[in-house]
Design a binder for this molecule. Structure first.
Ligand code: PMP
Length: 367
């Protein structure tokens, strides 16, 4: 989805790293200053998270930071079992992660009924908001007094959902994968209120992978910097004065929002003509503080119900029609709903080659 935007902004987003640059372990131990500055500035520009006075931990994607969160809660649990709970439908990679890696005292799912009403366990609720796969805006569901919560706000960016205010949860995760599209750079960050939690999360990242690759951090900093500079340029002339087609081509969030909106419009037309398939998603419009207008959410996935009893597998039906989807069973235990990825182009694998050669490459000077 993002490739045409980055192709148009090839030079501004490029990084050239000479062989002598940052060879050793030293700076991998923490978030590099250039990236920290860009993350903080971007959240302020977008207004989606409170960032002043908060600690930041960078990780190899949100997947690693989620491991750090399990480990942190497990360290503080003093031997008590920690149970990760996410109401369905949910992003199934977290279930596979816990069940396969079995971190610390952490296990997947609600404990037995006898334990549920006692103080002898720690619920760790993962609130994914907007949710993958159905795009819903979520708040915590568990009422247990010892509940610890990790908020995965990967999709709380203006292209996917209206920004209704800055979030201020204790432990929030974001990822470059959904902000700029660069999932392969494996950069995520945690915004944390509590200093001890910050220290434990950081310790996990250092012991797990001796921090995060310099190259990935430098690239992420340059990508965010170029997106931010695009907005600064537009602000200088007054965002209102920027022609709509320029904004839709040159400004990251405007670009991605426009693209998702057109995909959703096309999908809606198709699905409205069908009584066999239903888009089972709330996409009510809301005022977006960032776009300064009322907008409809444009989730990265469509959550589809197959309506007919005889359609036993939604997934198979889409597959036969040549549409790539994921079966709902992975996210919800119910086999019928299916998810279609709206943010992926069918043929994007060779796009990076077309973006080359660059007009101008640059060395990032971030320290
Ligand atoms: N959280 C959610 C809700 C996701 O959908 C994804 C990717 N599909 C991730 C986390 C993974 O993030 P990362 O690439 O930073 O590990």
């Amino acid at each position: 989805m993002f490739v045409p935007y980055w192709r148009q902004n090839s030079a501004a987003s490029a990084v050239l790293i000479p062989g002598w640059y940052r060879i050793g372990y030293e700076l991998t131990q923490r978030l590099i200053p250039g990236l920290e500055k860009e993350i903080r500035t971007l959240h302020k520009l977008v207004g989606n998270a409170v960032i002043d006075g908060r600690y930041l931990v960078v990780g190899t994607g949100e997947m690693q930071l989620m491991m750090a969160a399990y480990s942190t809660v497990s360290m503080e649990a003093e031997g008590l079992p920690v149970n990760v709970v996410i109401p369905p439908p949910y992003y199934d990679a977290y279930e596979r992660q816990v069940k396969t890696i079995k971190p610390g005292t952490v296990t997947w799912g609600m404990p037995s009924l006898t334990l549920q009403n006692t103080e002898n366990w720690i619920p760790l609720e993962v609130v994914i908001s907007p949710n993958n796969p159905d795009g819903s805006i979520r708040t915590g569901a568990l009422k247990h007094p010892r509940t610890r919560t990790v908020y995965d706000h990967a999709y709380y960016w203006p292209h996917y959902t209206p920004i209704t205010g800055p979030l201020d949860d204790d432990l929030m995760l974001f990822t470059l994968s959904k902000t700029t599209g660069h999932a392969g750079s494996r950069i995520g960050w945690a915004i944390i209120k509590d200093h001890e939690v910050y220290q434990k999360m950081q310790l996990f990242v250092v012991l797990n992978s001796v921090g995060v690759s310099h190259e990935a951090q430098l690239r992420a900093a340059q990508l965010l910097r170029s997106a931010r500079e695009g907005y600064q340029k537009a602000k200088n002339v007054g965002l209102d004065g920027v022609p709509t087609d320029y904004a839709a081509q040159q400004l990251l969030f405007h670009f991605a929002h426009t693209k998702l909106r057109s995909r959703w419009d096309r999908m809606n037309q198709l699905f409205q003509a069908s009584n066999r398939f239903l888009i089972a998603q709330d996409r009510d419009p809301k005022y977006c503080n960032f776009f300064k207008e009322i907008v409809r959410p444009g989730p990265a996935f469509a959550w589809i119900h197959c309506q007919r009893e005889e359609d036993k597998s939604c997934l198979e039906i889409f597959k036969e029609a040549g549409i790539v989807a994921r079966g709902g069973a992975r996210a919800s235990k119910a086999s019928r709903p299916t998810k279609i990825v709206t943010s992926k182009d069918a043929h994007s694998s060779d796009c990076w080659q077309k973006a080359w050669p660059l007009n101008k490459a640059q060395i990032v000077k971030d320290i």
